[in-house]
Each structure stands twice: as structure tokens, then as C-alpha cells.
Design a protein around this ligand. Structure first.
Ligand SMILES: Cc1ncc(COP(=O)(O)O)c(C=O)c1O
Ligand SMILES: N[C@@H](CCCC[NH3+])C(=O)O
Length: 463
């Protein structure tokens, strides 16, 4: 549909412009519990609260844009994963989704382990007191310094990603006089039904060692020969924002086949299998994620069945959810700066943040919803595009959203489900100051990552 074909007309015209939207929701003031953190609700007076605190007061105190994270929801999700997998399995929260020292303490207290994939994440984890044996180190190109720090700290596992890395980790462990537990990350050849940039188990990509051509079996041979490495298991991560367990089923089948091969060739039964993370969340009410209980049951059953078929003892299972824990627990609060109607197209709503605090829309064409939160409105719907303030026309936060037609500068709007991969992927584009993360719980709000300041920016610019 070409844009010039759209007649000028009412704000949401008879001939609708291209986009991902369906009909306007019947109630623009409703907050769909599938996409909002658990303690978010709208008061009878119209404003929205989180953890019992009014967003207008939060904006007043902490400014906008800002991420507000529902701590009790985060902790509840940790517990749900922990309880669902029980004592026979380990849950490693994937720190890349969002990590801070407060988060590390919550993970520790709720009984989760932690997957880190960089020195910064490792430092954060250790600084907040996560016991090293509960940390796993990932990465397709870990530096020698990262490896040294991890081994010295005594991390529970390093996940090996290439043949060069096998030698590198073995050498460093040897020099430090350690025997380091390791897993080998394999690519199982599954095409995950997700965006190309976040699928990770097809063979033509940078992560892992391929099962298909015997490379993974060769990696096992090499690791088993190295005194300073203790091979504890095989790791597979098939991608991200995945809704069904069929990809995990194929992955488990192929990983168990490798375990069988290893037993037959070396007489060794590897005690661990990690199926990675990647479980999807609801960004819009159309998304239908599985509950941890259901996932745990399905994955446990798949692994048990495959191992029984191969005559192997069932290894200890681990998983690495990041998005599924952090994602739904936060929203980004923005103030509307300008409202620009383009007749017959849509209304552009500019907010005080943008692609610097949420790159996912630009990067993956991710879909989000948005709501007016500083008041309720009984105005009719208008089709909007929520955009940021960056010098980039692709600076879109929410591509298509219906908002009340009386939306005006000064209103506060919020985008839910921004707890994962928003603050952690935030940038300083246009010298933006990255927003704070404010944890809210039982009527109290606390900054856990402070807003960047101009002084922070200037301190990097050494003249
Ligand atoms: C090895 C590994 N584990 C876990 C995750 C976490 O993924 P998600 O946040 O989608 O659960 C990732 C990222 O995709 C990953 O690469
Ligand atoms: N950052 C991605 C997912 C990649 C996860 C890490 N392998 C996202 O926002 O969806």
C-alpha cells in the first residue's frame, strides 16, 4: 500500500496505513496484565501506580525517561523458575538481559545461578557477592584476561565456544594450577522461529561448535585429553524469544545423541546438559508465552525420554532464562514532548528518550505497546507512532499504537516489557544520558542504576 494512496481524513482513517496493528482496543485505559509487571494498576482517579507508587510522583522524583522495575515481580519470577525446575536442575539467570548488583543479590537470595558473558558482568556478579561456583562464563571470544579472572575466582563452569578457546582455557587453568569445569557449546542445527539476529543454533553463525560434521565430537576428544579441564557437560542455546518447545526437543535429541557417542567412544557419561535460554515473553497481548512450570515439565520429559532411549543416566539439567525473568518486570516511563498529526497517515508522538534506551524496535523490528499513564482519558483512539528524540528517522520506540486522541505534551506514557535488553543495550547516541533503573517494592522506590550525567560523559572525553 503506497502512502500517497491514503486519503486525508480522520486521525485513524478508513484506509489504514501500513503497520502491525489490529483494531483499536475497546478500552484505551485498560492495562493488559500479560504485558505489565504484576503490581502495575490504574487507580480510580486515572493515574497508574507500580508497587503502590504513582507514576507522576516517580517522574517528579526520578525524572524521565526512566526504567521502573517491579522488584517483587522480578523475585517472584526467579522463584517460579527455581520451583518449577526443582532440586534436580539449575536455573542460571542470563545477566545480559539486565544486570546490576541489586539484581545479583536478588538472584542469590532467590536461589538462582548466574550466566555472565563478559568481564563487566563477571565483576558485577562477584562484587555483589554471588559465589563464584554459581557463575557460568560464556562468550564466543573471551579474552585471556576474562578467562584468567574467571578461573582465579573459581567460576563453576566456563562454556567453551571454539577449538582455539579449548587450548586457551586449558593453558590458563594449567598456569594457575587449576582444573576448570567446562561445558562445550554446540550448535545443533535447529532453525529457531525467531528474528535472524537472535537465532543461534543454525550452523551459519558465530556461536558454538557444530554437531553436524563431527566437530563437536572432536572438541570432546580434545577436552578430554587436557588435564587442566574437567568436561562436565554439553551446552546448547537455540535462540531467543521462542514460544514453543519443539526446537528444544530437537536440540535435546541431538545433544543426547552426542552424550551417547561420548559414552561409546570414551566410556564417560557426562553429568550435565544445558539447554540455554530463549523463552519468549509477551511484548503485546498477542504473544502467548509458556509458564516456567510448563517449560520445566516439557524439558525434563524430553531429556529423560531421550536419555532413556540412549541408555544413559539422566544428566543434571540447567537452563538460562534472561528475558523471561527480567523482561516483563519493568516499563520505561517517558514524557511526551510533541504530538504531530500527519493527516491520513498517523500521529507522531515524540518522547524524551528513544533508540538510546530501547534499540530493540530498530534492531529487530520488535513490537511493543504503550499507554497513557499519568491520567485516564475518554477520548477516542488515534493511530500513533511513538518516536524518540534522536537524529535518526528509524528512532522508533513503538511502531504502531492506538493512543487517546487528546494526548498532549507533558503527558506521561509508558512502554511495558522493557526489563530485558533495553537498559543493557542502551547507548549514548547523540550524547544521550542513559536513564536510571529504579526498583519499586511495597511503596518504596530505590535507584539501582543511576542516571548518567553530563559529568559522566565529559569524564570519558579527555580532550
Ligand atoms: C548462551 C545464552 N544463554 C542464555 C541467553 C538468554 O536468552 P533469553 O534472554 O532469550 O532467555 C542467551 C541469549 O540469547 C545466550 O546467548
Ligand atoms: N538482545 C536480544 C537477544 C539476544 C540475546 C543474547 N544472545 C534481544 O533483545 O532480544
Amino acid at each position: 500500500m503506497s502512502r500517497s494512496a491514503h486519503p486525508a481524513g480522520p486521525r485513524h482513517a478508513d484506509v489504514m496505513p501500513e503497520g502491525h496493528y489490529s483494531a483499536p482496543p475497546s478500552d484505551l485505559n485498560a492495562l493488559d496484565s500479560r504485558v505489565w509487571a504484576r503490581t502495575v494498576s490504574r487507580t480510580p482517579q486515572g493515574a497508574v501506580t507500580v508497587g503502590g507508587l504513582d507514576v507522576r510522583q516517580l517522574a517528579e522524583e526520578f525524572g524521565t525517561p526512566a526504567y521502573f522495575l517491579d522488584e517483587s515481580d522480578f523475585r517472584a519470577r526467579c522463584r517460579a523458575w527455581r520451583d518449577a525446575f526443582g532440586d534436580e536442575a539449575d536455573v542460571f539467570y542470563a545477566g545480559k538481559a539486565f544486570l546490576s548488583r541489586a539484581v545479583v543479590r536478588w538472584l542469590y537470595e532467590e536461589g538462582l545461578n548466574l550466566d555472565v558473558c563478559s568481564q563487566g558482568e563477571l565483576t558485577t556478579a562477584l562484587a555483589a557477592g554471588m559465589p563464584a561456583e554459581r557463575i557460568a562464563l560464556h562468550g564466543n571470544n573471551k579474552s585471556t584476561e576474562e578467562i584468567r579472572r574467571a578461573i582465579e575466582a573459581g567460576v563453576g563452569r566456563i562454556v567453551l565456544d571454539s577449538f582455539q578457546e579449548i587450548v586457551r582455557v586449558a593453558h590458563i587453568a594449567d598456569r594457575l594450577g587449576r582444573r576448570q569445569p567446562v561445558q562445550i557449546r554446540v550448535t545443533v542445527g535447529v532453525e529457531a522461529h525467531t528474528h535472524e539476529f537472535i537465532a543461534t543454533a543454525h550452523e551459519d553463525q558465530k556461536f558454538g561448535i557444530a554437531l553436524a560434521d563431527g566437530q563437536a565430537a572432536e572438541a570432546v576428544r580434545r577436552v578430554l585429553q587436557l588435564e587442566s579441564l574437567e568436561l562436565v557437560g554439553i551446552h546448547s542455546h537455540i535462540g531467543s524469544q521462542i514460544f514453543d518447545t519443539s526446537g528444544f526437543e530437537v536440540a535435546a535429541h541431538r545433544v543426547v545423541e552426542l552424550l551417547r557417542q561420548v559414552r561409546d567412544e570414551h566410556g564417560v557419561e557426562l553429568p550435565e546438559i544445558d539447554l540455554g535460554g530463549g523463552l519468549g515473553i509477551a511484548y503485546t497481548p498477542e504473544d502467548d508465552p509458556r509458564e516456567p512450570q510448563e517449560i520445566a515439565k516439557a524439558l525434563g520429559a524430553i531429556v529423560t525420554r531421550e536419555c532413556e532411549g540412549a541408555g544413559l543416566a539422566v544428566p543434571r539439567l540447567s537452563v538460562e532464562p534472561g528475558r523471561a525473568i527480567a523482561g516483563p518486570t519493568a516499563f520505561t516511563l517517558y514524557e511526551v514532548g510533541t504530538v504531530k498529526p500527519l493527516e491520513g497517515l498517523r500521529t507522531y508522538v515524540s518522547v524524551d528518550g528513544g533508540m538510546s534506551d530501547n534499540i530493540r524496535t530498530a534492531l529487530y523490528d520488535a513490537q511493543y505497546t504503550v499507554s497513557l499513564v499519568s491520567r485516564a482519558s475518554d477520548a477516542g483512539p488515534m493511530l500513533t507512532r511513538v518516536v524518540g528524540k534522536h537524529c535518526e528517522s528509524g528512532d522508533i520506540v513503538v511502531r504502531d499504537a492506538f493512543m487517546p486522541a487528546d494526548l498532549a505534551p507533558g503527558d506521561l506514557i509508558a512502554v511495558p516489557a522493557t526489563g530485558a535488553y533495553c537498559r543493557s543495550m542502551a547507548s549514548n547516541y547523540n550524547h544521550a544520558l542513559r536513564p536510571p533503573v529504579v526498583a519499586v517494592r511495597d511503596g518504596e522506590a530505590r535507584v539501582i542504576v543511576r542516571r548518567e550525567t553530563e559529568a559522566d560523559l565529559m569524564s570519558l572525553d579527555v580532550g
